[in-house]
Ligand binder design. Structure first.
Ligand SMILES: *[C@@H]1O[C@H](CO)[C@@H](O)[C@H](O)[C@H]1NC(C)=O
Ligand SMILES: *[C@@H]1O[C@H](CO)[C@@H](O)[C@H](O)[C@H]1NC(C)=O
Ligand SMILES: *[C@@H]1O[C@H](CO)[C@@H](O)[C@H](O)[C@H]1NC(C)=O
Length: 441
């Protein structure tokens, strides 16, 4: 892929020994009082265009959130869309390719050019991101000076300069920083935020690679820099309908109540089919009701109320529009399990865990908003589910949504504070939203 050869994003990866000095720190004069330098926000998002020695340009979208210890990088190259999400709180680094393929590594054990948010070990051994000043090499321990006000990309900017040694890379760099003047309003105005934001930084200098001194000139242009993260809840959550391989963080799944209702949504993309059912389940009443639309056997698209009554051992299917009703057997039904040694003659209802396919295979996938309710989502990859299609996919992705603690459900009759709100089942064969290849100018 395109990025494989890019060795420098914000850091340099180089095994050099010595380096000629490119700039000297005496030239940085007068040294600016650090409190007069623009303040970098601890949380921001921006598009970055990085140009390496005028030879290669890389564009990416960057989200940095020091408060939540999370970061995200999105790249789009032809039809390849890659999203990398760093969860420092969980030490997990997700790579999601083309919206579908997802794999997870430990941040402290994966080294690639995108893993540049640094690693600082806290006193308890927990890993943390580098603070923003270290990430952008601005207002760090090196001297900075104010050069003057200029115009960059048509934007009135304040120009600052610094000379820095990056010892771990045996490098010496002269860095020019351009910040918007605080009165300048960005094209998308945020009237409340009148901050100076980075417009560009240019790194020039030398490092020694393979015994030779190499000159480097890299430019980082920042577009649409926002000193906050928009749509935080979307950005940090794992994509829906995708199973991320090698995830390790399980979280704690709440117990399933004995009675509940939820909306079940089954997406079968290769058939362009989405089915949404409302499900009412009561283990105490030994009954389950589904509100759904008929697909086969009954009037097509008829609104059906299906009741599985395990007290009487029969089911009822009611066409809510016409009002007629059919009686069905509960044998071979997804909700039924036949009792041992009864040769299928005695049925019982699946208990709440069996009903939800709940076992120890679930991973915590973060919080999502579902019908206006903040939910904790748990995800599992399963092959023991029979979908409504003939050809079984390699696996199904099960996502169970529990209302996050701290919210009160209207008309909640159960004593449990956490109720499942939704379950989403996605076939691994489905192919979501892969963008069409578009010619580049
Ligand atoms: C990475 O962190 C984990 C804890 O999350 C630890 O068990 C592991 O040993 C660390 N790996 C390295 C190479 O330091
Ligand atoms: C998951 O981890 C195992 C062992 O570390 C590795 O062999 C496998 O390739 C990983 N799977 C994916 C999809 O990354
Ligand atoms: C209701 O009647 C219609 C028309 O006779 C029939 O097609 C349908 O299958 C019936 N539905 C149920 C639930 O019995």
């Amino acid at each position: 892929m395109f990025f494989k050869n890019v060795f420098l994003i914000f850091i340099l990866v180089s095994k050099s020994l010595t380096s000629d000095l490119y700039c000297n720190k005496e030239s940085i004069s007068p040294v600016a009082d650090p409190t007069t330098l623009p303040k970098l926000p601890a949380e921001f998002q921006t598009r970055v265009q990085a140009t390496f020695n005028s030879e290669r340009t890389v564009e990416f979208f960057l989200v940095f959130d020091y408060y939540d210890q999370k970061a995200e990088i999105i790249t789009q190259e032809e039809i390849e869309h890659d999203r990398r999400v760093f969860y420092y709180d969980k030490n997990e680094y997700f790579t999601i390719s083309n919206y579908r393929k997802c794999q997870v590594k430990k941040i402290n054990e994966s080294f690639d050019e995108f893993n540049f948010f640094g690693l600082v070990y806290g006193p308890d051994g927990a890993i943390n991101m580098k603070p923003v000043n270290d990430l952008l090499h601005f207002n760090n321990e090196f001297p900075h000076m104010y050069v003057g006000q200029e115009v960059y990309r048509g934007i009135p900017v304040k120009h600052y300069r610094s000379c820095q040694d990056w010892i771990e890379f045996n490098a010496n760099f002269l860095i020019d920083f351009y910040f918007s003047v605080s009165e300048f309003e960005q094209s998308v105005g945020f009237p409340d935020i009148n901050a100076q934001v980075p417009v560009a930084s240019v790194i020039k200098g030398s490092l020694t690679r393979a015994g030779r001194s190499v000159l480097i000139e890299n430019t980082y242009e920042f577009f649409e820099f926002r000193p906050f993260v928009e749509r935080k809840s979307d950005l940090y959550v794992q994509p829906s309908g995708v199973f991320c391989h090698n995830q390790t963080f399980k979280g704690e799944m709440p117990p399933i109540p004995r009675s509940f209702s939820f909306t079940e949504e089954i997406l079968i993309n290769d058939k362009k089919m989405a089915k949404s059912n409302k499900v009412y389940y009561s283990y105490d009443l030994k009954a389950i009701r589904y509100d759904t639309l008929a697909t086969k056997n009954y009037r097509e698209n008829a609104p059906l109320k299906i009741i599985h009554d395990f007290n009487s051992g029969v089911g009822f299917v009611i066409d809510e529009f016409i009002g007629n009703c059919s009686i069905i057997s509960l044998n071979n039904d997804q909700d039924s399990i036949s009792l041992a040694n009864s040769a299928g003659l005695a049925l019982t209802m699946k208990d709440p865990n069996q009903f939800f396919f709940i076992d120890d295979t679930y991973f915590y996938a973060g919080q999502r908003l579902e019908r206006g309710i903040i939910c904790d989502v748990f995800v599992s990859k399963r092959t023991d589910f029979k979908g409504m299609i003939d050809k079984q996919p390699e696996y199904w992705v099960f996502e169970i949504y529990f209302m996050a603690i701290g919210q009160v459900m209207e008309s909640s009759e159960s004593e449990h504070p956490v109720a499942p709100i939704a379950i989403k089942i996605t076939s691994s064969d489905s192919c979501l939203k892969v963008p069409k290849k578009s010619p580049k100018n």
